[in-house]
Design a protein around this ligand. Structure first.
Ligand SMILES: [Fe+2]
Length: 286
């Protein structure tokens, strides 16, 4: 639950900062495999998600297919999957370098870096992405590192810097994503919304964000400009709370859609990076 009352907020803030991992290794939980992990592993993943809104699981059995990702997700109450544009029929996307059709037009399906964002920041309010599983089948020959930051830590840092930043980022017209038009057809309408909101079901903090320079229209006032600069500084700070990790085959990240980026990578002749990604409208039942 995300507190609105100021006394509760101070208590929540102190507990959050005291428990937040100092090092990415604190997020790692060893599990047998994706199908029917034991209860101690599930409890450890839930505990990490309560602490940092994410966990990195590491499977001893590295065999995984799209079905096993969905079975694993269901253990955490993640059932309502986002069937977005480039996913397969089951809703699980395969992130790999491709020049095929629709997918070839998007950066996630290239070897380029991806700037900081939360998934589905362009989704309408009724279909916000609350949780994501990213499972590594094959890592790249070089690069492809993931950086991670819990949105609750970003919120605390921004509110500490200036409470007016929070008000600016909670404005319902703070961030607008123009319509996605392909071949003269509108694939998705323009979407406006706040960066920070509190989830109607349960009151958890929700964050929509993209650091992309193109295709985002920001509300043009001083507080929003300053708030964005403050957030960009936090995300670029190598000595700050950002955690970085190189996912290995059989490892994955389960999160309440935390902030993340991806560095550019290069595939090898027999080493083609492949990640499964599933997005859910549910939050992790931790
Ligand atoms: Fe993403």
């Amino acid at each position: 639950m995300f507190p609105s009352n100021s006394t509760h907020y101070r208590e929540w803030r102190a507990a959050k900062l005291a428990n937040y991992p100092m090092h990415v290794d604190e997020l790692i939980v060893q599990i047998g495999g994706l199908i029917a992990p034991d209860s101690a592993s599930l409890a450890a993943i839930r505990s990490s998600c309560r602490r940092a809104n994410m966990a990195i699981y590491s499977c001893r059995d590295t065999a995984a297919d799209r079905k096993s990702i969905l079975a694993f997700a269901a253990q955490f109450g993640l059932r309502r999957i986002d069937h977005h544009l480039c996913a397969n029929d089951d809703g699980v996307a395969e992130l790999t370098v491709t020049s095929d059709g629709d997918r070839g037009d998007y950066v996630p399906y290239s070897d380029r870096g991806l700037s900081w964002h939360t998934d589905g920041y362009y989704n309408e309010a009724s279909v916000q992405v609350r949780a994501v599983i990213l499972h590594c089948v094959q890592d790249a020959a070089t690069g492809g590192q993931t950086a991670l930051l819990d949105p609750e830590i970003a919120y605390i840092r921004l509110r500490d810097a200036n409470p007016a930043y929070i008000a600016a980022l909670e404005h319902p017209a703070c961030m607008t994503i123009p319509a996605n038009v392909k071949g003269g057809r509108e694939v998705r309408p323009a979407v406006s919304g706040p960066v920070f909101s509190s989830d109607q079901a349960g009151g958890a903090l929700h964050m929509r964000y993209s650091a992309r320079k193109k295709n985002i229209r920001w509300r043009d006032d001083r507080a929003t400009v300053a708030a964005r600069a403050c957030l960009a500084e936090l995300l670029a700070d190598d000595t700050g709370p950002v955690l970085r990790y190189d996912l290995q085959p059989g490892q994955g990240i389960i999160s309440n859609n935390v902030l993340h980026d991806r560095s550019a990578f290069e595939d090898g002749p027999s080493r083609k990076r492949l990640l499964y990604r599933a997005r859910f409208f549910d939050r992790i039942n931790s």
